[in-house]
Every structure is written in structure tokens, then in C-alpha cells.
Design a protein around this ligand. Structure first.
Ligand code: KIV
Ligand code: ZN
Length: 517
């Protein structure tokens, strides 16, 4: 359909690449389900050759049987393509997304390949991928800084080899809306059999132009937009899915284009991605920010009361912003709880829902009012996100004159085995917890940031601990929530240990674990 724009979501791949936004397998599955409900056409689930953890996540998402097509990323190399093929072998609707850089600077300094070698490499990749995939997307990395005639030559070879989508990434966020439109127009006008493939744009936000450039590309003939929820992504991020979709919808008079997105699922999807990644949405963020529909100025309020459209081009409910910030409590029933979960973007099977409802009830016993943030914390805190599970923690602190020392004992269960106690000493409780974990990992663990904030207001609020740490060359983020902030910090550290293990894709050896006790 000429007037249909395919929405290709790369929250789980490009989005996940942004610092501190890494997700574990359970979190990725949760996000994939929500993207599917949102009506995303293609979900880029990851880069299977990048790590065993990525491979497993792509495989698990491919096996969910979602309506969305699932794509895996591969460099134009046989090993990468085989990894995508293996990870998606049980997936019905799948796509291979292979890329190679085309710009002069990448050719000369990164790849050390000439123009023809790059075309040959890409054609070989497409030919190789065809044994598993009939849907193949080819990306020309750094396309926007590539000579236009060469770009057309490159894409012509991709079409002739059998590629079905041609992606024009603005890898470094350099282009401008008019340039994007002209570039796409040039490609459409100069490609033979351009109708054999869909042209796609993929814009980074370094100049804050990713959405504008995506719309420019659509004006020039792009019929696939690559984007992420909340615009998360490398450096300044990617084009934001909700902004692109709502611009096309709100200005249908201008674009005349359709997407398959159910806009009423945009806000829940944004909340979920923000909660899962710990990457907060700025209050003035278009469409999904806390203030996106808040009218403060008296003149505006007056206008809104007289006729909403005086100052409102979209209705909050059209993007799924809940009408009221319903507060639940111990008298709230299962039905109200499920409805709230759905409004927040969480979908789950009955069994998981029942388990969560019990946890909600016990939280409601401790806390008078249970807010949306408490529910998000409950869901995300319940996920079994790795082999380590914290059963209990005890802390002993001593202050003598000005010197404080602490000992932490963590009762940890590994892969469902009987629990063991791991201890660590330090000059404070958190330092002692970190030292206990250091002894288990026997790797260079460096804590970069430690933050505690109240999940909601009130003196009975739960505390959320957010820890950013590096283990060797890898950077991780972990969060933990509890009414006790030291326990929250311990949960955050255990979550970092789980993420590290999933990233490494290997389990620690049993002797070392015993030694760390
Ligand atoms: O920004 C980029 O160039 C990419 C490609 C892999 C599509 O993310
Ligand atoms: Zn990118």
C-alpha cells in the first residue's frame, strides 16, 4: 500500500544500546509483548551475534508467536547472519537486517574497503541470507554522508540481489529535514524497480532532528520509519515512535498516510519502557511527558474550558493517558488491579497476575495508598531476572568515634539451589554489600553511581535504589525497590550480578561460589 508506513521498532536493539538502558531477557520479553499490542509491524529484537545474552533474547522473542514480524541484526558477515538464522529458526514471521557502512569516512578508516568491495560484501550477505529468509533488509550505515550516486548503485545491487527493504540510516544524526526529503526523492527517482523494495529511514537525534528528518524522509518516499519508544538510543537517541506516529496521525491532512499503530497504547508502552530501562521521560517530552497535556497558563486554561481545541491538538485519551491517576489500596479488588496493570502497559497470564495480586495485597497492608509507580515497581521487582535470588539480608553496623564499619550477610540462592550466606565488610552498609558481591564475582567491579529515591510521596513510600556499575569493560544498571533502602540497594546489586551473568552467557564455576561463602 502506497499510503501505509511500516513502523519498525528498534527499542530492543538500538534503544538498548544507549548507556544504562540495557534490559535482561524477561524485560525484553515484556517490552516485545507491549510493542506487539501497540501494533508495531517489525520488532528489531536484537543483534544475536553480539553476545549469548542477545542471542537468547532474540530467540525467546521469536518464539512468543507474536503478530509483529521479528528482525535480527547482522553485519554483512556469514557468522552474524547464521546467528540471526539460528536464533529465529522457530519464528514464523521474521526478517534478516544486515548492514555495512557506505560513507567515504567509514570506507577509508573503519572498513578499509573500496566501493566495489562493499557492494560485493553486501550482495554476498543477501545471497547467503536467502537460504533462511525471504524478507531481507539492507542498511547502508552512515548513508546520509555517502555520495548519492554511490548510494543508488549500492541499493540497486541490493534490490537485484533480492533485498526487500532498503534502509537509509542517518547514523550520526547529521542530516536535515529538507536534505532527507531530497535524498529519498533522488533514490526513488534513480532506482530501477524501486517498487520491488520498501525504502526506510533510520534517524539519530544528535541535532534534535530525528523526528523531523523521518518526516522529511516520508515526504521524499520512505515507507518504513525506524524508531524507538521514548526516542531512546545511542547518544542523543533515535526518532521517537510516539512522535512520528502522532505527527502522521494528527497531520493526516498533510501526509495522507496510515500506520498500524493503536495510538491508545502509546502511553502505556512509554511507561513500560521507562520503568524497565530506568530512563525517565522528561516532563516536557511530546506525547508522553508528564506535562504534555498539562495547561498551566490562565489564558490557556480558560480557552480549554471554553473549547478544548483552542489549545489542544490531540486528546490525552487518544494516546492512552489514563483519565485519572487512580490510587489503589487494600480494598481494591482483582479486577481494578488488573485494569490498572493494563493501563500501565503490563499484560500477563492469569497465574502471574494472581501471584502479583497477592504481593499487591501485602504491599497495600504496609502502605495506605498504592500508586502507579508502586505497581510498576512491584511488577518489575517480581521478575525472575537471572540465576541469583536474594532471600534475605542482615546488616551489622558499628560507629566508634568517627569510624563506621559494617558487615553485610546476603542470603543468596543460586539457580534455585539451597541458599548460602555470602558476607562482606566495608565502611558502610552499601560498601559491605558491594564487597560481598565482589567476592562472588572475582572480577573488577566498580560502582559508578548509587542513588536512592522515593518511589512515591509519603513517609511510608518505598525506596528505589539505582546502581550503575562496571564489571570489567561492561557497564550495567540495576534497580531494587523495598520499604528498606539498604535492602533495595542489595536487590539492585543482585540485579547487576544477574545482568552481568546473562550478558556473559556463562555461569560461574561451582568451586568459586563455594569459596566465596
Ligand atoms: O544507526 C545505524 O546506522 C544503525 C544501523 C545498524 C541500521 O543502527
Ligand atoms: Zn542506529
Amino acid at each position: 500500500m502506497d499510503n501505509y508506513v511500516t513502523i519498525f521498532d528498534t527499542t530492543l536493539r538500538d534503544g538498548e544500546q544507549s548507556p544504562g538502558c540495557s534490559m535482561n531477557k524477561q524485560e525484553k520479553l515484556q517490552v516485545a509483548r507491549v510493542l506487539d499490542e501497540l501494533g508495531v509491524d517489525v520488532i528489531e529484537a536484537g543483534f544475536p551475534a553480539a553476545s549469548p545474552g542477545d542471542f537468547e533474547s532474540v530467540k525467546a522473542i521469536g518464539e512468543l508467536g507474536l503478530g509483529s514480524r521479528i528482525a535480527g541484526l547482522a553485519r554483512a558477515r556469514q557468522g552474524d547472519i547464521e546467528a540471526v538464522a539460528r536464533s529465529l529458526e522457530n519464528c514464523k514471521h521474521k526478517r534478516l537486517h544486515t548492514f555495512i557502512a557506505t560513507s567515504p569516512i567509514h570506507r577509508e578508516f573503519k572498513l578499509k574497503m573500496d566501493k566495489q568491495e562493499i557492494i560485493d560484501g553486501m550482495v554476498e550477505a543477501v545471497e547467503f541470507g536467502k537460504q533462511w529468509f525471504d524478507d531481507i533488509e539492507v542498511s547502508a550505515e552512515d548513508a546520509c554522508r555517502t555520495e548519492l550516486e554511490y548510494l543508488v548503485e549500492f541499493f540497486q545491487a541490493a534490490i537485484d540481489a533480492g533485498a526487500t527493504t532498503l534502509n537509509v540510516p542517518d547514523t550520526v544524526g547529521y542530516t536535515t529535514p529538507r536534505e532527507a526529503r531530497e535524498m529519498f526523492k533522488y533514490i526513488v527517482d534513480n532506482l530501477q524497480n524501486a517498487d520491488h523494495a520498501i525504502l526506510s529511514c533510520h534517524n539519530h537525534n544528535d541535532l534534535g532532528l530525528a523526528v523531523a528528518n523521518s518526516l522529511g524522509a516520508v515526504d521524499g518516499g520512505a515507507r518504513q520509519v525506524e524508531c524507538t519508544v521514548n526516542g531512546i538510543g545511542e547518544r542523543a537517541g533515535n526518532a521517537s515512535l510516539e512522535e512520528v506516529v502522532m505527527a502522521l496521525r494528527t497531520r493526516h491532512d498533510r501526509y495522507g498516510l496510515e500506520t498500524g499503530i493503536d495510538a491508545t497504547r502509546l502511553y502505556p508502552a512509554s511507561r513500560l519502557v521507562s520503568a524497565v530501562t530506568g530512563s525517565r521521560v522528561q516532563p516536557n517530552k511530546a506525547i508522553v511527558g508528564r506535562n504534555a497535556f498539562a495547561h498551566e497558563a490562565g489564558i490557556h486554561q480558560d480557552g480549554i474550558l471554553k473549547h478544548a481545541e483552542t489549545y489542544e491538538i490531540m486528546k490525552p485519551e487518544s494516546v492512552g493517558v489514563p483519565e485519572n491517576n487512580l490510587v489503589l489500596g487494600k480494598h481494591s479488588g482483582r479486577h481494578a488491579f488488573r485494569k490498572r496493570l493494563e493501563a500501565l502497559g503490563f499484560s500477563m497470564e492469569d497465574e502471574a497476575m494472581n501471584e502479583l495480586f497477592d504481593k499487591f495485597k501485602s504491599l497495600a497492608d504496609r502502605k495506605k495508598s498504592v500508586y502507579d509507580e508502586d505497581i510498576e515497581a512491584l511488577v518489575l521487582g517480581t521478575e525472575q531476572s537471572g540465576p541469583w535470588h536474594l532471600d534475605a539480608i542482615s546488616i551489622h553496623t558499628e560507629v566508634v568515634d568517627d569510624d563506621q564499619s559494617a558487615e553485610a550477610s546476603l542470603k543468596l540462592r543460586y539457580n534455585g539451589q539451597a541458599p548460602r550466606i555470602y558476607t562482606g565488610r566495608g565502611d558502610g552498609p552499601v560498601n559491605a554489600i558491594v564487597n560481598a558481591i565482589r567476592a562472588i564475582l572475582e572480577e573488577d567491579l566498580h560502582m559508578e553511581r548509587f542513588q536512592v529515591s522515593a518511589v512515591t510521596h509519603g513517609s511510608d513510600a518505598q525506596g528505589r535504589a539505582t546502581v550503575r556499575a562496571t564489571i570489567g569493560p561492561n557497564r550495567y544498571k540495576g534497580t531494587g525497590v523495598s520499604t528498606d533502602i539498604v535492602e533495595a540497594a542489595a536487590h539492585a546489586m543482585v540485579s547487576i550480578m544477574n545482568r552481568h551473568q546473562q550478558h556473559q552467557g556463562r555461569l560461574p564455576d561451582e568451586d568459586r561460589l563455594k569459596a566465596a561463602v
